[in-house]
Design a binder for this molecule. Structure first.
Ligand code: 3HC
Length: 325
């Protein structure tokens, strides 16, 4: 149990000084491996940045169901339909774990959801691109879930217990998501030229937005430094992006697709792939709401929230009745 030690000296209890002292003390405890739990008395800045990141992570999961959900009824075989159903259902579960973990910080799910629906909270920009054909479903699994795994594995060691534990379960399921996407594409790449062309076109459309999932370059990341000091972020945006590129290029070669970056080249000295410039104007344009599908995505979520009101009321009434209230 973490309880901050307040100095007995009355002068030392200047609010600003006390809060700085508590923050420094907790950061030191975290750097020594302390895992913060909901009942710990935590500094407000730590709590707030956790709510920001965890709620946006949850929003990304539930909005992330929409692009692929669009293809469940049009899957080419029963096998592919059941795999896609399982995957989209997993994403809903990931959202629930993460909303529940965020609620342990004293914020309600309704309030979080309202922030999403009113545009006050973000979700991953990748989900604002359209899924034009079946190859997109495979590329989302391979690249988007592949990037998500890269970004989420370090979070299994983050300093906030409920978030870290949610990540362990989520990362296991993401591995299935990535694998099924690669398998789907591999099957198409053994198919007709038209199928191969569909896969290549999808890779061309999703590659750069997938690299943007890791966030802005470290020099433009407003939260990284504090997030690392709180033991939330273990690796920087650029480090994770680079690792993702390094592991994905050989996979693309195995699939037989070309990644749409003429500057992609193994650098013996760096022992990493060099890659081209990311279009950060596109990133911020999509993040700020002007992507191809932003309005549609939020519109669908608002409609679901309104149409689901009766379910929430019925569940609440049942819960109250079963508690004899
Ligand atoms: N899309 C939308 N907004 C983004 C973004 C992206 N890809 N990357 C960064 N941003 C936002 C940040 O939220 C922040 O805005 P805010 O102050 O309003 O929150 C701003 O851009 C500056 O970015 P920073 O790098 O300073 O922000 P972070 O330190 O929070 O880093 C992050 C961004 C790497 C996404 C980090 O928040 C993170 O690791 N989040 C947890 C993982 C996550 O949310 N992944 C999203 C995908 S989940 C998914 O793909 C589901 C899978 O099943 C398909």
């Amino acid at each position: 149990m973490y309880t901050q030690s307040l100095d007995t000296d009355p002068l030392a209890n200047d609010p600003k000084e006390v809060s700085d002292k508590r923050e420094l003390e907790l950061k030191k405890r975290i750097s020594e491996g302390y895992v913060v739990e909901p009942r710990d008395d935590m500094p407000e800045r730590y709590r707030k940045t956790l709510i920001r990141q965890m709620s946006q992570h949850a929003h990304s999961e539930v909005v992330g169901m929409l692009p692929e959900g669009n293809w469940i009824l049009r899957a080419p075989t029963l096998k592919r339909k059941s795999i896609l159903l399982a995957k989209v259902q997993d994403e809903a579960g990931h959202g629930l774990y993460l909303y529940s973990a965020t609620e342990t910080l004293g914020v309600s799910r309704d309030a979080l959801y309202e922030d999403l629906l009113q545009g006050r909270a973000k979700y991953s920009s990748i989900f604002n691109y359209p899924t034009l054909n079946w190859a997109d479903v495979g590329v989302i699994g391979w690249l988007v879930d592949g990037a998500a795994i890269m970004n989420q594995i370090p979070l299994t060691q983050c300093s906030y217990g409920p978030y870290a534990r949610a990540m362990v379960r989520i990362c296991k399921e993401e591995s299935f998501h990535q694998r099924q996407g690669f398998d789907l594409l591999n099957e198409m790449m053994q198919g007709t030229q038209k199928q191969k062309d569909m896969v290549q076109d999808a890779v061309d459309r999703w590659w750069w937005p997938a690299l943007m999932m890791f966030g802005p370059e470290d020099s433009d990341s407003i939260h990284s430094e504090e997030s690392k000091a709180w033991g939330i972020k273990k690796k920087t945006n650029d480090e994770l992006r680079q690792t993702f590129i390094d592991v994905t290029v050989p996979q693309a070669e195995t699939l037989g697709v070309t990644l749409p970056d003429p500057q992609l080249k193994w650098n013996e000295t760096r022992e990493h792939y060099d890659f081209g410039k990311i279009d950060w104007n596109e990133f911020w344009r999509v993040v700020s709401g002007s992507g191809p599908c932003n309005k549609d995505r939020i519109g669908v979520k608002k409609k679901a929230w309104e149409e689901g009101a009766w379910v929430r009321e019925a569940a609440m009434a049942h819960a109250m009745k079963s508690k004899g209230r």
